[in-house]
Design a protein around this ligand. Structure first.
Ligand code: MG
Length: 249
């Protein structure tokens, strides 16, 4: 069931979204070569708790941390641990915060020091595909319109789109209807209207889009070992466009 949010619920989502975006910025500011992904996760946890919120991911389906931290060929759902980040890595960080019973969810991919031009272009294309996706929204458009715009943006750059994981509605639950795939056809799928809240999150592979789930039963990796990037915001659909609820750029 797709829910349309009340003004009070939207206000709560602005607050939880602000906190999720802030947690991502805190992690970005702390990120440096030589630190572990567990240390980065601690930064996210501390920020979210300092804002009177709770980390949405901690304990979600048994996930053991506050942030998903996925390095290089890891696509999503990386579990923070004692892995040491090094110069040239790219690090995708996905965070969720819950306050007042509502969630915010966002992600971005950051460089560790100097990275290759190829890695930087992947990050740039992934972020841009999100903006190309939201640009086509207007009330009454369908999910497939956004999906197709994201896919076109990524594929014209020569990269591939992960199919098995998708964006989603969000609100009092971290994952709500509708699914928001990063591929699809214009004019297909549920219609979108003002006061719906969705998380749009392209996951992009530098080469083939084939993925697998690693031995920890969480971490999703590219089959060919090539780089992957992720970009996400929770957005409010309005009468005139899209309001980003998790600002972190
Ligand atoms: Mg999400």
């Amino acid at each position: 069931m797709i829910t349309v949010k009340s003004q009070a619920q939207i206000e709560a989502m602005r607050e939880s979204g602000r906190i999720a975006g802030g947690a991502l910025l805190a992690a970005k500011a702390a990120l440096k070569a030589g630190m572990t992904t567990a240390e980065l996760d601690k930064v996210v946890y501390d920020y979210i708790v300092s804002q009177g919120a709770t980390p949405s991911f901690l304990g979600y389906s048994g996930f053991p941390a506050s942030a998903c931290i996925s390095v290089n060929d890891e696509v999503i759902h990386g579990i923070p641990d004692d892995r040491v980040l090094k110069e040239g890595d790219i690090v995708s960080i996905d965070v969720g915060a819950c306050k007042g019973g509502f969630h915010g969810d966002c992600a971005d991919t950051f460089p560790v020091g100097n990275i290759s031009d190829e890695a930087q272009r992947l990050i740039t294309v992934t972020r841009r595909s999100f903006y190309d996706g939201i640009a086509v929204y207007e009330p009454g458009k369908r999910v497939g319109d956004i999906s197709a715009a994201i896919q076109a943006s990524i594929e014209k750059a020569g990269y591939s789109v992960v199919r098995e994981y998708v964006g989603h509605g969000i609100g009092s639950h971290l994952h709500e209807d509708p699914d928001v795939p990063n591929y699809g056809k214009p004019g297909r799928g549920p219609r979108l209207y003002a006061n719906m809240t969705i998380a749009i999150e392209p996951m992009v592979c530098l080469k083939a889009r084939d993925i697998y789930v690693g031995k920890n039963n969480w971490t999703v990796k590219t089959r060919d070992g090539s780089l992957s990037a992720h970009y996400e915001n929770t957005v409010l659909l309005t009468e005139t466009g899209v309001e980003i609820l998790t600002p972190h750029d």
